[in-house]
Structures are given as structure tokens and as C-alpha cells.
Design a protein around this ligand. Sequence first.
Ligand code: GLU
Length: 264
Amino acid sequence: MKKLGIILSIIFLGMVLFQIFVLSPEKYNEKDLYESILERGKIRVGINADSKPFGFYDKDWKLTGYDVDLAHNIAKYILKDPNAVEFHPVTPRNRMLKVSTGDVDIVIATMTITPQRQEVIDFSIPYDYAGQALLIRANSKITSIADLAGQRVGVVFGTTAEKNMQLLMPTATIVGFRNYRVAYEALKKGKIDALTSDDTIISTFAYEDKSVKILPKRYSKEPYGIAMRKGKTTKKLKENIDFAINDMKQRNVINRMRKKWGLS
Ligand code: GLU
């Protein structure tokens, strides 16, 4: 009986190792990710799909935006082909997991570089900056974060704003949403009193819809980085991405993208 148990355990362990090293080598082994991307001829990019103007579907259901343009540029640097990209929609809540497990090679999704996140994943150098702001209904009496005591404040799950809000105004009732669209609709319907996130994202709502407005104060500095798996398998990839970002900054490519998407 004991012998059978040992044999079954060995078979089980063998199956697990087979799955890890043979069936999913890119996901689990120590292969250099930059080399894998070159071999595959495509880079798999996690992107926000409901975050205008960074990643969203246009009227023809084409994925577009600043982060989408950035992904095409990264593909141009790494694979010499701007179209060698495979987009995978991610959310602020699942993107860390997707990049750590190897479902995507990198995440370009208005993702703030924070020390807590850096314990789990790696980031490129910053490619842009945002600040946490408040979006309210245009007829609201709220003028600053101090007026949010006892009020309902919407956040998108997994964002830095969700964490910051708990520190900035602990007496506010924080209401979490899975994406920006539903949070914005809740604000319009009066289900929440304010929505908080990066100014770069929520100012689009105020720009397109005069029944909401953004307050002038910013409550954080949010450097945006391209996220990748932590460790030595992404060292070369990070070097190449950092080089690309620096080069794009010097050649004004980033500035032109900011202008194109209404950020400057
Ligand atoms: N920059 C914020 C963060 O990283 C918000 C990003 C987002 O909603 O995707 O949490």
C-alpha cells in the first residue's frame, strides 16, 4: 500500500514537471523572455481596453490609444515590425498576475510604478506621468477631498487610487468597480458622489461630457511604466525597452503621442 503511494506520488510529480518544462516552457522555464519574443516573432502585450485615451475600442471596434501606439512602437524597436503585437485585454486587478504567470510578455496599461508592485514585478523606466484627481457631477457641492467625509467615492478595483483613497479619506465609503465605464455611469446616476483615478484617464469623461467635471487638485504623482516579470529572464527585455523609451523621448515620439491623444 505504502509502495503504491510512493509510486503514485512519483508519477504525479513527473506529470507536474512535464507540464512545467515540456508543455509550457515559455511560461515556466528559465528561458530568456527577450529571446522567446524574437523566436516567436510577436510580443504579447496586456492592455486596458476601457481606458480612453490609452486603450479603448474605436467606433469600428479597433483597439486604439496612446498605450496601443506605444506597444506598436516597442514592437518596432524589438522586432523591427510595428504590427508584431498580440493584444490581450487586462484589468487593473488581473494584470500583475497575467504578467507574472507569463500569459503576456509585458503590460502597457497606464500602470503606476510603485514600491509594492516592484516587490512582485519589474518595470521599465517611466514613459509618462499622471496624478490622482477627483471627478464629480458638474452641479456637485464637493470642492476638495475634505468634502468626501461620509460620501461615496468610486474607484476601479486594483488601482493605486483605491489604495490612496483609503489613506487620504478613511471616513469616505469606497465603492469598487470593475472598469471605468461602469464607475462613470454610477457617478452620473448619483450612485456615487465622486470618482477618483489618474487625471489622464478621468479627464476624458469631463472633456466629452459637460455634466461632469474634474477638480484641479492632484493627490499623487503616478509614473507610468511598462510591466514585466521579475527576475533575470527579463533583464535583456528590460534593457531593450528602456533603450526604446529613452530613444522615443529623445526623438519626440512620446511628445507627439501625448499631443495626438490630447494629453498636452
Ligand atoms: N495608474 C493607476 C494604477 O496603476 C491607474 C491605472 C489604471 O486604471 O489602469 O493603478
